[in-house]
Design a protein around this ligand. Structure first.
Ligand SMILES: Cc1cc2nc3c(=O)[nH]c(=O)nc-3n(C[C@H](O)[C@H](O)[C@H](O)COP(=O)(O)O)c2cc1C
Ligand code: SF4
Length: 768
């Protein structure tokens, strides 16, 4: 009854009956339920997509920094080097990104110094190091960048997952930079676990192979003991080297500075100081630019033979842009294309028609002499094929007619793999040598010239002349830039890298003819003012310029043949009076032999200038009386131009053939009563040195140079003789009969080369 009353009452004010609703529900409930469910799903999806995604790994916030002691107390799980199960935790967490920092306009760079120590030496050093670092990073701060105090973290106490699976999440978009100071132990220590962790992380298929790529960079310094482990092969600093390798992989090759290594009983403090300076420079660069900067495998040298030695995984590429673009190895190789290939890609028809034609003003009659072009143009304009070809080959073009490039020996020396023959003969450390030219143009087209086809030729200067200070500053910048690019290359030694940041020698011989440049004397004066020695090579075709050249440390003329016909065939000179010019240059050299060290450089090409020419060369030596005669086998480069000149591998002499020639020349010189002798050799680059007896004292050769003495002599403004800056005795290993390879360096044979078919020297490509 009560129910009826309620129904009745409802009826009185509702517009429809409840029974109707029930009926509707029964009829439409399935579509209603389905549409409600669909709407809910859409709503949920929209919400999900709009909220920021988070990676599944959890790592704690790291700011404010935890002192080492606290870290130790919080986590003593690893005290005995025990390995804990890997923790991978899921969950949605909003992460602060580095964009926050960008938004606030201030970049925060947190340096974390990791160390490990068993007997306490590394811990002590790392503590002092971190304190010093705190001071030096403060000096790098400006309104746009701050460096929170570097943190010192003991690898025995931290949880690796917090730092070595992904970088920690810093507050306010803090970015991280890792430094690792590590001893090496050939017994089981925490470092074995650490290395295992790095390796596992790299190989874990659930994790990105480079999960630490968000780091700004990293660098490792190793402590070892050379007394027990004298060489790297025997285990010197082996664990630091391994960590360095794994970190390269995990960070996506962000080795910010080369691995440093120090002998804790001998030189660790000094090596660490150099390494710290280098790391400081890199941090400064990051503070200024936000990144590690440009860099490619090697230096971009077209003759990048070293590349073959690099494990592909070890290659280092700093250029973030390139990484972002995902450049393939193929593309990179394309950039580093071989000189040879580039030479051939520059087909003859690609000569820039806008460039003035070569004109030999010296040999036209007045009547037929064409009028010179009215406007003075640039020798190598930026939009010319020559510019593109040269830059592709790894040259940095400075101004409009100068170039700089680091040679393969410079790179080899940076990696402790030997310097060029000039170290054996004259004490030039290749990693401190800059190869450059103030004139990319030349007046010969030598058959063996591997730059032929890409460099401009001409007999007179008819281009814009750049001021010497512009060239000097530009080539130094270009050289240092290329050295810096090497800092992430595996095997580069920190101490050599640090030394390389001070140029001590300049080889003016790269390509073209340096004395062609009208201000060559001002340019060499600038080198000397900075105590950079000068080795200048000229092609014996510009006697007037040679006559006015001021003393350089060592003056070369290229002697590519012993007679006129042979010279025409091999040098293919543009000057019609080339033989007269050549002879005048020899006369000038003879006059100069008591003012500076003079050198004949002979490049032997089998089938062109070796056979039966020893006598002819002896006659030339008698004419020029150089202090030294460098004899070198030609290097085959396989360019289309050399092939076009009929040059093949058959024209490359074996080292034994070069030795036989040198013996014949030595005999021919003795027959003429000339006082010379075979002083030194560098079999590795197929090069032998004949020296005047003026450079022999008490039965020992003194072919090396006292560079500081040279500058003293120069600065005294008094006349001086080459003997005045004669250096110490030529080292035993460099003298004739001993091969000439510095025993302190590691000898590396190029992979895939058939050592039976090629001599070492044939397999190597000379830097110049
Ligand atoms: C048992 C033992 C093994 C070592 N093994 C190596 C080694 O394989 N290679 C190396 O270069 N140094 C080796 N060392 C030298 C240490 O790495 C070096 O003394 C280091 O400075 C020690 O640092 P720490 O005092 O921080 O532990 C070894 C030293 C010891 C005591
Ligand atoms: S090859 Fe030439 S440029 Fe290279 S290190 Fe030797 S002298 Fe210097």
């Amino acid at each position: 009854m009560a129910h009826e009353t309620w129904v009745f009452r409802s009826r009185s004010w509702l517009p429809f009956e409840i029974a109707d609703i029930v009926a509707v529900w029964h009829e439409y409930r399935i579509p209603i339920l389905l549409s409600t469910f669909t709407l809910l799903m859409i709503f949920r999806t929209v919400l999900h997509l709009r909220s920021p995604r988070e990676r599944i790994f959890y790592t704690p916030q790291i700011s404010p920094p935890l002192p080492t002691e606290k870290v130790r107390l919080l986590d003593d799980k690893r005290v005995n080097g025990e390995k804990n199960p890997r923790r991978i935790v899921g969950g949605l967490k909003k992460r602060k990104s580095s964009e926050d920092a960008a938004q606030s306009g201030v970049r925060k760079i947190q340096v974390l110094v990791f160390f490990s120590s068993l007997t306490g030496a590394t811990e002590k050093t790392a503590t002092a190091f971190t304190e010093d670092l705190a001071k030096s990073t403060k000096n790098l701060e400006d309104s746009a960048t701050t460096f929170p105090e570097p943190q010192l973290l003991d690898l025995s106490y931290i949880d690796y997952d917090d730092y070595f699976i992904t970088p920690p999440k810093g507050e306010g978009g803090t970015q991280f930079f890792y430094l690792l100071l590590l001893p090496t132990y050939n017994i089981d220590t925490v470092l074995d676990n650490f290395l295992e962790h790095l390796q596992e992380t790299h190989n874990d298929f659930r994790i990105d192979t480079a999960p630490l790529s968000r780091l700004l960079g990293y660098s490792v310094f190793g402590f070892g003991d050379r007394e027990g482990w004298p060489t790297e092969e025997e285990g010197f600093c082996s664990q630091a080297r391994d960590v360095d390798k794994w970190m390269a992989k995990l960070t996506g090759r962000k080795r910010a500075f080369p691995l440093g290594m120090g002998d804790s009983k001998m030189n660790a403090a000094e090596r660490l100081r150099e390494w710290m300076e280098g790391v400081g420079d890199v941090l400064g660069h990051i503070a200024r630019t936000g990144g590690l900067g440009e860099g490619v495998v090697g230096s971009g040298d077209a003759v990048e033979s070293d590349l073959e030695d690099l494990d592909e995984e070890d290659e280092v590429l700093f250029d973030e842009q390139k990484i972002a673009q995902g450049k393939t190895k193929l593309q990179k190789n394309d950039v580093l294309n071989d000189l040879e290939d580039i030479g051939s890609t520059l087909n003859k028809s690609s000569v820039d028609p806008s460039e003035p034609l070569e004109v030999d003003f010296t040999s036209y009659s007045k009547k037929t002499r064409p009028t010179p072009p009215p406007t003075v143009k640039e020798m190598v304009p930026k939009n010319s094929p020559t510019y593109n070809a040269l830059t592709k080959q790894g040259y940095s073009i400075v101004g409009s007619h100068s170039g700089v490039k680091i040679c393969r020996w410079t790179k080899s020396a940076l990696r402790g793999r030997g310097s060029c023959y000039k170290f054996s003969f004259y004490g030039i450390a290749s990693h401190q040598c800059m190869e450059t030219t103030p004139s990319l143009s030349c007046s010969n087209k030598c058959v063996f010239c591997w730059r032929h086809g890409t460099n401009p030729v001409g007999t007179t200067w008819r281009w814009v002349v750049d001021p010497p200070d512009l060239i000097f500053a530009g080539v130094k910048t270009g050289h240092y830039q290329k050295i810096k690019m090497m800092r992430g290359v595996p095997g580069v030694r920190a101490e050599r890298f640090a030394e390389a940041m001070r140029i001590r020698h300049c080889a003016l011989s790269l390509v073209g003819e340096p004395i062609f440049y009208p201000h060559i004397n001002e340019f060499t004066a600038m080198l000397h003012a900075e105590h950079i020695s000068s080795f200048l090579v000229c092609n014996a075709q510009h006697p007037d310029q040679l006559a006015t050249l001021k003393p350089v440390t060592q003056l070369y003329v290229s002697i590519d043949a012993s007679n006129k016909e042979s010279l025409r065939k091999i040098d293919r000179p543009l000057h019609r009076d080339f033989w007269e010019r050549f002879n005048r240059c020899l006369d000038i050299l003879r006059e100069r032999r008591f003012e500076q060290r003079t050198v004949f450089r002979l490049t032997l090409v089998k089938g062109f200038n070796i056979e039966d020419e020893a006598e002819g060369y002896a006659a030339l030596v008698e004419k020029g009386l150089p202090c030294f005669v460098e004899v070198k086998g030609v290097t085959y480069c396989g360019t289309s131009s050399s092939a076009g000149a009929g040059l093949t591998m058959q024209n490359v002499p074996f080292y034994e053939e070069v030795c036989a020639f040198v013996l014949a020349l030595n005999t021919a010189l003795a027959k003429r009563g000339l006082e010379y002798g075979i002083a030194a050799e560098h079999a590795h680059s197929c090069c032998i040195l004949i020296a005047s007896q003026r450079f022999r004292k008490e039965g020992k050769w003194h072919t090396r140079i006292d560079y500081e003495r040279f500058f003293e002599c120069l600065e005294s403004r008094q006349p001086f003789r080459p003997e005045d800056y004669m250096g110490p005795e030529t080292p035993e290993w460099a003298t004739w009969g001993n091969g000439g390879f510095d025993p302190r360096d590691e000898r590396v044979f190029r992979k895939g080369k058939n050592k039976v078919a090629l001599t070492e020297s044939q397999g190597e490509v000379m830097g110049e």
